[in-house]
Design a binder for this molecule. Structure first.
Ligand SMILES: Nc1ncnc2c1ncn2[C@@H]1O[C@H](COP(=O)(O)OP(=O)(O)OP(=O)(O)O)[C@@H](O)[C@H]1O
Ligand SMILES: [Mg+2]
Length: 261
């Protein structure tokens, strides 16, 4: 079996923080939730590296810990023990206020249910993270939002409210919004879980465009045909990484394990 070895995951290999900004390292990561019936150990001592500019897919059965894992990388949830590094930032050590500022500038997050603000137009939704982070000058924000909408082929719908466009179109707008502050890393948790296969395909095409622009893209997915297209597949089972590979043929083998399980 060919194990995955990340070509660009070593942040110590030089190139400066700009080049390594999209590299992710998890070290001894564990998460335990306290519950009245006792502790629930959801992530168990995970070591994982995702290289800069990689397309990584997190797969595994429902309840295996996929969302918990990506929420740790995004700083949405905190580890019980272990370390989360994104570039040279120790995410596990950031305080709440630092976390919000760091996340806004460094991560683009895409959810299953899009979560566009219904009262704002498509272009206003994409401008919103720029207003929060203040990275781009106010005068430039609308033009930048239009460029991002063009990238996801939604510029023609800029003035519409989210309710007036389809699910796949809303998801592409959500991806444009995730790119608002030009983050090095995009994290998407079941981004196509609510879409039919043709629409899901159009969303995956956008991820492939982002990879061509040097972004690191991490996708949680149940969809076998989409999972087979990522370069680095991580299989979770019961809170552990039980397999990891970097070839589509090997990915097929890993996916078979999920379907057998
Ligand atoms: N806040 C919480 N408190 C207690 N248990 C939790 C909490 N969040 C998640 N869990 C438990 O952790 C386990 C992993 O949940 P997680 O949402 O990460 O799974 P998942 O792989 O994303 O599943 P799915 O494919 O259904 O989205 C589940 O057993 C879940 O019930
Ligand atoms: Mg989940």
């Amino acid at each position: 079996m060919q194990r995955f070895t990340s070509r660009s995951a070593d942040v110590s290999s030089g190139g400066g923080s700009q080049r390594s900004a999209g590299c992710i390292h998890l070290r001894g990561l564990s998460k335990v939730y306290k519950a009245p019936a006792g502790d629930i150990s959801v992530l168990k001592n995970i070591d994982l590296s995702i290289g800069c500019g990689e397309f990584a897919g997190i797969i595994g059965k429902s309840g295996s810990g996929k969302s918990t894992l990506v929420n740790m990388i995004a700083g949405i949830d905190r580890p019980t023990s272990g370390e989360v590094w994104v570039g040279d930032t120790p995410v596990h050590r950031l305080r709440e206020a630092q976390m919000a500022a760091w996340r806004g500038a460094n991560l683009g997050i895409v959810f299953q249910f899009f979560q566009l603000l219904p009262m704002l137009s498509v272009v206003e939704n994409v401008m919103l993270p720029m207003d929060f982070c203040n990275v781009h000058a106010p005068k430039e924000r609308r033009a930048r939002a239009m460029q991002l909408l063009d990238l996801v082929e939604m510029a023609g719908h800029a003035g519409k409210l989210p309710a007036a466009i389809s699910g796949g179109q809303q998801q592409r707008v959500a991806i444009a919004r995730a790119l608002a502050n030009d983050p090095p890393v995009i994290i998407a948790d079941e981004p196509t879980g609510n879409l039919d296969s043709k629409t899901a395909e159009s969303v995956f095409v956008v991820f492939e465009k982002l990879l061509a622009r040097g972004k690191t893209v991490i996708v949680v997915t149940h969809d076998g045909s989409l999972a087979a297209r990522v370069r680095h597949t991580v299989l979770l089972a019961d809170g552990r990484v039980v397999d990891e590979c970097d070839q589509s043929q090997q990915t097929h083998r890993v996916l078979q394990q999920v379907s057998k399980g």
